[in-house]
Ligand binder design. Sequence first.
Ligand code: 8YV
Length: 320
Amino acid sequence: MTEILMCAPMPPLVIDGLAARFTLHKLWEHADTEAALSAIAPRIRGLAASTLAGPVAPALLDRLPALEIIASFGVGYEHVDAGAAADRGIIVTNTPGVLDDEVADCTIGLLLATLRCLPQADRFVRAGLWRDGAFPLSPSLRGRRIGLLGFGNIGQAIARRLAGFGVPIAYHARHPRPDTPYDYYPTPVALAEVSDVLIAILPGGDATRHIVNADVLAALGADGVLINVARGSVVDQPALIAALQQGTILAAGLDVFEEEPEVPQALIDMENVVLLPHVGSASERTRAAMGQLVVDNLVSWFAEGRPITPVFESERLLNR
Ligand code: 8YV
């Protein structure tokens, strides 16, 4: 039977789905993982990976000469060097599409929670403070212009929802999209200058590292709000903390952080920040769909020689 490697635990649906069709090696279950890996490495043809399991190191790929495919859980795949994998003839797949609406829904929730101070209001009621007087008035979504930093499938799903809220929308991406009615801005600073809310929804990795820096936050301005549902790496976190402390911007809603699961105490101590533990896609339903797509990619590859959702770096391997 085809042998698949999983280095760290993944959702039960993935483990069970793969174990039913392949010989699945759960590396973390071995007391001596080094010895276990050495014994099985030459036979491994598929690798099931996830952002939660950390980067797929080139040194690991060096040890897997028969590896054909890396099936990654999640739409973001910066933990795999897909270009280097393609150079080795290894296909990489991710789980796009099935989480777009869920992440977009969560983004709207975080946006409203941040602007209307909903978690703070909940804490106020629970603390019994209502009896002493009304909760302070909050900022509003009304009258705000929204800047989408990133305009891929999830960014567009957020834009569709925001259109229903009747707020103006603009965006920055690598290229303008002629098929949208929204204004394009060629740089993050230019977008921030015309926005009252900046929503980061773009891929992580080196190309976007700290794309939200002190200049972008200054351009967003003293009434500005940052929402980050992308990756912690896209925001210069110390610059964000300074901007919040100094009133350079008004508030932030953050689902992702630079060193997850670590969240700086300075952010925890701030009342004008809403913090989520990277839950954008984390509903039972959507995580199940993502897990099933990991399984289906491996099954399709080994049964039919066709992955379902290869990343673009892998396309050159498939078009040969
Ligand atoms: C998950 C994500 O948290 O899809 C992504 O890129 O960030 C999330 O859906 C992540 O994939 C968990 O491994």
